[in-house]
Design a protein around this ligand. Structure first.
Ligand SMILES: Cc1cc2nc3c(=O)[nH]c(=O)nc-3n(C[C@H](O)[C@H](O)[C@H](O)COP(=O)(O)OP(=O)(O)OC[C@H]3O[C@@H](n4cnc5c(N)ncnc54)[C@H](O)[C@@H]3O)c2cc1C
Length: 338
């Protein structure tokens, strides 16, 4: 049997490794845009205060996976899924332009969400979603430090990742302001009392938090970036937009798979094509939920390998899990909402 996996994040890698343990003779191939190995995305949020992050964040090189007879074709993009011929088209390597599958696993993860009003200003802000983004930001930050000046940042979005980046930049010694559209931080995950505690913790780290802010756009003037809000215009060295995530569903849409916010699956993670399954940030379960956290994704991936090898017959059920923000000195008193 030929199993093709698109994506080398926690979903794709965990599934591939488990499948290999259960089945020695399955051909397992991972196709991925990444070329630096399998890395921990949660650790990205500590990428400014930890000087060695660029090395320590890599969990496994793609060569190590070859030892388990898992082939990784890295630095490539899957551009199309042909369901009739059961093959995918690939760009980025000279030797191959398509690959056949018996079972296809969609584990393409998610991109940073850019609110439509910000899209015309794309050149004026950074995103924070991948190791490539972190490297770009660290390089930019270093260039400011080399001018003997401590960077001044605007973070747009006071959700989980926005608060984590703000906390880490402040820990690294930078000046940070957070613009949040709502009247309290992390309103989707925290009860009101914990949002208030989080605000106090960020303020104690000298982070300036502005709530109820409508950011209208961004401008670049004299090597500085400007945030235009409904109240004023302020200059910064850099702006990071952190307004949530967007599952990568474009391939699935083109292939005629059922999609909504994510790729719709049954409780068995199977899409509306019997040979195609979805895992991780892209998978939307029948209850309409996406389980975009490490613990449930690992659980899904292990479960699916077992299921395909007939070691499991009950449908997938999410494990109990309690995400938490990696904000210095902050601990929520109540369980996170999910
Ligand atoms: C900054 C940050 C901090 C986080 N902190 C936490 C935390 O503390 N705890 C927690 O539980 N979760 C956290 N998360 C969320 C968690 O990291 C994600 O839910 C999880 O990593 C998603 O895994 P995935 O395998 O589904 O997707 P991803 O890790 O996004 O992997 C998808 C892969 O698919 C590749 N790909 C996509 N499209 C194609 C294509 N067409 N062709 C080839 N390759 C393709 C991508 O390049 C990528 O390598 C955090 C996320 C971020 C961004």
């Amino acid at each position: 049997m030929k199993v093709l996996i698109i994506g080398s994040g926690i979903a794709g890698i965990t599934f591939a490794e488990k499948l290999r343990k259960l089945s020695a003779d399955t051909t397992i191939t991972i196709l991925t845009k990444e070329d630096e190995g399998f890395y921990s995305r949660p650790l990205l949020s500590l990428g400014f205060s930890d000087q060695d992050i660029e090395q320590s964040i890599i969990i496994k090189s793609f060569n190590e996976l070859l030892n388990d007879n898992i082939c990784v074709i890295s630095g490539v993009e899957v551009t199309r899924i042909n369901r009739n011929k059961q093959l995918v088209n690939i760009e980025g390597v000279d030797e191959i332009d398509s690959l056949q599958y018996d079972v296809l696993i969609l584990a393409m993860g998610s991109a940073a969400f850019i609110p439509p009003p910000f899209q015309p200003y794309r050149d004026n802000f950074f995103l924070f979603n991948s190791l490539a983004d972190l490297k770009q930001l660290r390089k930019f930050r270093q260039s400011i430090l080399e001018k003997n000046s401590q960077p001044h940042w605007a973070i747009i979005g006071g959700g989980l990742i926005g608060c984590e980046i703000a906390s880490d930049l402040a820990l690294a010694g930078d000046q940070v302001r957070v613009y949040h559209a709502m009247d309290r931080l992390m309103e989707r995950q925290l009860v009101e009392q914990d949002s208030t505690t989080l605000l106090k913790v960020l303020e104690a780290s000298e982070i300036d938090v502005l709530l109820n802010q409508t950011v209208k756009g961004f401008e670049k003037k004299d090597h500085k970036m400007w945030v235009m809000s409904d109240i004023n215009q302020t200059e910064y060295d850099g702006i990071i937009v952190s307004c949530g995530f967007k599952p990568r569903i474009e391939l699935a849409i083109h292939a005629g798979l059922d999609t909504n916010r994510g790729i719709k699956t049954k409780q068995t993670l199977q899409t509306n094509d019997e040979n195609i399954y979805a895992l991780g940030d892209v998978a939307e379960l029948p209850n309409g939920k996406l389980y975009a956290f490490i613990k449930p994704i690992r659980h899904q991936a292990l479960w699916l390998a077992n299921y395909l090898c007939k070691q499991e017959s009950e449908p997938w059920l999410p494990p109990t899990f309690n995400p938490s923000a990696k904000v210095n000195n902050f601990q929520a008193a109540h369980p996170y909402l999910f």
